[in-house]
Design a protein. Structure first.
Length: 131
């Protein structure tokens, strides 16, 4: 099944405005150059950084809007760990998160821990750190 067929029916976000200031891009690039890790908080921030990061992993300053659809198979260039909410089924955020973790490992955590544990989902719910 091709990527387009696997993403049919998901609620992808509209274009989101972003701005990455020069000092932020420089700090991320310096951190990476020293062997440090970059932890991104939130799907919008992750889409932003993936938008402004080149194939060489260098983050550039910039502003604009992004409609980047991150789906399984995406090669992450700007993120080593990720903090995100718990997401609803068939949401683009869940798809993005499964691109980061792998589909089956993420669904296994949802089935084994999150749903039985009565965790709260979506914007004012619980969150997780993925490393």
């Amino acid at each position: 099944m091709d990527r387009a067929a696997r993403t049919e029916g998901f609620d992808f976000p509209r274009a989101e405005r972003y701005e990455v200031a020069a000092p932020v891009a420089e700090a991320i690039n310096e951190r990476r150059a020293r062997g440090g890790r970059v932890v991104v908080c939130g799907t919008s921030a992750l889409r932003t950084l993936e938008t402004v990061t080149g194939p060489d992993g260098v983050v550039s300053e910039g502003s604009g809007s992004t409609q980047l659809r991150i789906t399984p198979g995406h090669r992450f260039r700007a993120c080593d760990a990720f903090i995100t909410n718990l997401h609803r089924p068939r949401s683009s955020e869940l798809l993005l998160t499964s691109a980061f973790t792998g589909r089956e490992p993420l669904l296994d955590v949802y089935r084994r821990e999150l749903v039985p544990g009565a965790y709260r989902f979506h914007e004012f719910g619980d969150s997780m750190l993925i490393v």
